[in-house]
Write a protein that binds this ligand. Structure first.
Ligand code: G
Ligand code: G
Ligand code: MN
Ligand code: NA
Length: 250
């Protein structure tokens, strides 16, 4: 496949770039984090979505190298942000097959100077689905560094609830499919309420993803949701634009 060959040289060719999407704290009324979202600026095809190339990177064994680049680049860029702004980075299940994942994180933090407490690693339940002791032990090792662990796309998997028992997550990110229908569908609203309750009972921060309108924001605020993310606050944007939004001097 053409994309596969291109992908192999894209890293050395410098075709990858990180965009960042703000996480907005409703109580504090300010941005308290940004999620790194990988972009591939392909010379002929233009911007290729990670949804299209990450599965290929996993297949051809490039995900570990690519994931390491993401971690190092994101930590370096986030180290220039104000202290109260955290960095969130997505980890693919395939990255957990790399025994060096924990030392890669340690090194990315050390080189960038970003404190561990400012890093949040987002995983989906497929990391736990592989249900192996090694993954679980790596998650505990990462948490022991002081890094936070978030469960991404919460509610879309088969047994999100049982995973909350298997690991002490710091954050639940409610999948955008629930938020999308919150005003039209009373069931979606009921589920969101239940997840917010669940989070507060377990002492886990709950973030609502995919907030696109002020009406959705207000509904979530009324339900006591602490943090939101979505196009209404900001679309994912290049590092320079995010730095400006955070008031970082150029
Ligand atoms: O904007 P969006 O198209 O960024 O992202 C599409 C999907 O790709 C999402 O599921 C997102 O979590 C994932 N993704 C984005 N950036 C990264 C990354 O750096 N690493 C991994 N593993 N997944 C990512
Ligand atoms: O899987 P993960 O939650 O990491 O992926 C986030 C994905 O959601 C990215 O593709 C990102 O671009 C997209 N996204 C972020 N905010 C919104 C939003 O408000 N609406 C929609 N439709 N997508 C969003
Ligand atoms: Mn995510
Ligand atoms: Na998500």
């Amino acid at each position: 496949r053409a994309l596969e060959l291109d992908l192999r040289r894209a890293l050395t060719a410098g075709e990858f770039q990180l965009y960042y999407q703000p996480l907005y704290h409703l109580g504090d009324d300010r941005v308290t984090g940004c999620e790194a979202l990988l972009r591939w600026n392909h010379p002929d095809r233009g911007m290729v979505s990670p949804a299209d190339f990450i599965p290929i990177a996993e297949e051809i064994g490039l995900i570990v190298q690519l994931g390491e680049w993401v971690l190092r680049q994101a930590c370096a860029e986030a180290a220039t942000w104000p202290d109260h702004v955290r960095l969130a980075v997505n980890l693919s299940p395939a990255q957990f097959r790399d025994r060096a994942l924990v030392s890669t994180v340690v090194s990315a933090l050390a080189v960038s100077g970003l404190p561990a407490q400012r890093l949040e690693l987002e995983i989906t339940e497929s990391v736990l689905l592989q249900d192996n002791v090694a993954n679980m032990s790596m998650l505990h090792d990462l948490k022991a560094l002081g890094v936070r662990i978030s469960m991404d796309d919460f509610g879309t998997g088969y047994s999100s609830l049982s995973y909350l028992r298997s690991f002490p997550f710091d954050k639940i990110k409610i999948d955008q499919t629930f938020v999308r229908d919150i005003l039209e569908d009373s069931d979606a609203m009921a589920i969101i309420k239940a997840v917010l309750d669940l989070g507060s009972s377990l002492g886990i921060v709950t973030t609502a993803e995919g907030v696109e309108t002020v009406e959705q924001l207000n509904a979530l605020r009324d339900q006591g949701c602490a943090e939101i993310q979505g196009y209404f606050i900001s679309r994912p944007a290049p590092a320079s634009e995010i730095a400006r939004l955070l008031g970082v001097e150029a």
